[in-house]
Design a protein around this ligand. Structure first.
Ligand code: ADP
Ligand code: MG
Length: 148
C-alpha cells in the first residue's frame, strides 16, 4: 500500500491527476471511505487529468455517470456511486456489465462493498480515503498503486 496525506481538496485533486496518467482501458478503481472523505474530489482530479471538462458530481441518484473521451486510449470513463443502492442488481439493470473491465472503459466505483459480487473475479486498483484525527482539511489516502 502507498499512503498519501493531502492537506486540501486541491492536493487530493492533484493526486487524482496522477492516477489519470496511469489508467488504461479495462482498469477498475474502487474508492472507499466515509461520506465527505474525498472520493468525489479525487474523481475530479482523475477527470481533469483525462481532459474531461464537464462537471463531476457524485452519481448518488443516477448511480452511474458516463463520460465519453476522445483523447485517450480508452473511450469511456464510468463513475459509479453505490451509496443509495440496495444490491448490485440495480446496477446490472442499468448496464454496468457492458462496461466493467471492458478494454475500452475505465470504471471508478465509490462504495464498492455493495457490488462486491460483481468485482469478485476482477483485478481492482483500490483506494481508501479517511479524515485524519485532526478535524482539519487533512485526508489520509491509501492506494494499491504508486501515485507519485
Ligand atoms: P466523498 O465523495 O468521499 O463523500 P467529497 O469528495 O464529495 O467526499 O467531499 C469531500 C469534502 O471535503 C469536500 O467538501 C472537500 O472540499 C472537503 N475537503 C477538505 N479537505 C480535503 C482534502 N484534503 N481532500 C479532499 N477533500 C477535502
Ligand atoms: Mg462521493
Amino acid at each position: 500500500m502507498h499512503t498519501y496525506t493531502t492537506r486540501s481538496p486541491e492536493e487530493t485533486i492533484a493526486l487524482g491527476e496522477h492516477l489519470a496518467k496511469l489508467l488504461t482501458g479495462g482498469h477498475i478503481i474502487t474508492l472507499e471511505g466515509q461520506l465527505g472523505a474525498g472520493k468525489t474530489t479525487f474523481m475530479k482530479g482523475v477527470a481533469t487529468g483525462l481532459g474531461i471538462h464537464s462537471p463531476i458530481t457524485s452519481p448518488t441518484f443516477t448511480l452511474m455517470n458516463t463520460h465519453p473521451l476522445t483523447n485517450q486510449s480508452f473511450s469511456t470513463l464510468i463513475h459509479v456511486d453505490t451509496y443509495r443502492l440496495e444490491s448490485s442488481e440495480d446496477l446490472v439493470d442499468i448496464g454496468i456489465t457492458d462496461y466493467l473491465g471492458m478494454p475500452d472503459t475505465v470504471c471508478m466505483i465509490e462504495w464498492p462493498d455493495k457490488v462486491a459480487d460483481l468485482l469478485a473475479e476482477k483485478e481492482v486498483i483500490t483506494l481508501s480515503f479517511a479524515h485524519s484525527r485532526e478535524a482539519d482539511g487533512t485526508r489520509i489516502i491509501e492506494s494499491s498503486v504508486k501515485l507519485d
